[in-house]
Ligand binder design. Structure first.
Ligand SMILES: NC(=O)c1ccc[n+]([C@@H]2O[C@H](COP(=O)([O-])OP(=O)(O)OC[C@H]3O[C@@H](n4cnc5c(N)ncnc54)[C@H](O)[C@@H]3O)[C@@H](O)[C@H]2O)c1
Length: 261
């Protein structure tokens, strides 16, 4: 469902907007008349911006690596340069790179998982806060995961546990400044094949088994026994990003068919 005025006059950063859930959020917010800054390190993000502009929406892209603070600062600087302020930040970059038992992870892989699924959110929150503090208003939505209680991706689970802690603690710190911070714990979500793969190395036979174990656990823990859709995740994210959730901060809402994460 589209509510045409929900994001009217709102300036919204969406990270990881080139595909999947981030793309869905960007299209929905633009359709609801938000002006969007689409941040991604893939050039495919330009296609999403063109799609929005073809429909009469307003979008700019910033192509940068959000695993670095300088990348996050670049996104915020571009937003300020074009639109003068940031009303909403949606931290969507993340995603498990490997699925395997913890004892099979190397030191390097563990660091890569934390860099992928914790640092972009930490950096973007840090970069946007001074601007929201100036405005004495702002909304941050972090995209977490039900994997905080899940097998075969412990470093990712730990990163998303960090996102949940960051969400609650930042909400405590800045409620007095008019800044709300919430998260959704995304459940397993059906999506078209990824144009930007999380891991471009073909899966080994062992990795196929470990991946299937994650799929099985996800379905078993969902009371509905199924994966969700991108739209079902987008619905919850845009609710938290909008003024409809004005009395909510520090919450992590599970969107996993009843799996609370
Ligand atoms: N898809 C699921 O089933 C699922 C389940 C639980 C949680 N989530 C969470 O939802 C979010 C989105 O998931 P998805 O499956 O749509 O993601 P995805 O992997 O399909 O897309 C991620 C996007 O982020 C971009 N990106 C990755 N690293 C980046 C970086 N360092 N700098 C800039 N851009 C970067 C990629 O280019 C890509 O466009 C993630 O945080 C993920 O952890 C997803």
């Amino acid at each position: 469902m589209i509510f045409p005025d929900r994001f009217k006059d709102k300036i919204v950063i969406v990270t990881g907007a080139a595909q999947g859930i981030g793309r869905g959020v960007a299209l929905r917010i633009a359709a609801e008349n938000g002006q969007v800054i689409l941040a991604d390190r893939s050039d495919l993000v330009d296609e999403v911006a063109h799609e929005i502009m073809r429909s009469g929406g307003v979008a700019i892209t910033v192509k940068t690596d959000l695993e670095t603070f300088v990348g996050a600062q670049t996104v915020v600087n571009q937003a300020i340069e074009h639109f003068g302020r940031v009303d909403v930040l949606i931290n969507n970059v993340g995603g498990a790179i490997w699925m395997k038992p913890y004892d099979a992870f190397s030191e390097e892989e563990i660091i890569k998982e934390i860099n992928r699924s914790l640092f972009p959110t930490l950096w973007c929150c840090r970069a946007v806060l001074p601007e929201m503090l100036k405005e004495k208003s702002g909304v941050i939505v972090n995209v977490s995961s039900i994997a905080t209680r899940g097998i075969n991706r412990i470093p990712y689970s730990a990163a998303k546990g960090g996102v949940n802690a960051l969400t609650a603690s930042l909400a405590f710190e800045h409620a007095k400044d008019g800044i709300r911070v919430n998260a959704i714990a995304t459940g397993g979500t059906d999506a078209p094949p990824r144009k930007v793969p999380r891991n471009s190395t073909p899966l080994t036979e062992d990795e196929k088994v470990w991946m299937q174990q994650v799929v099985d656990q996800t379905k078993e823990r969902s009371l509905m026994g199924r994966y969700g859709t991108i739209d079902e995740q987008v619905n919850a994210i845009v609710f938290l990003a909008s003024d409809e959730s004005s009395y909510m901060t520090g919450s992590v809402i599970a969107v996993g068919g009843g799996d609370q994460g």
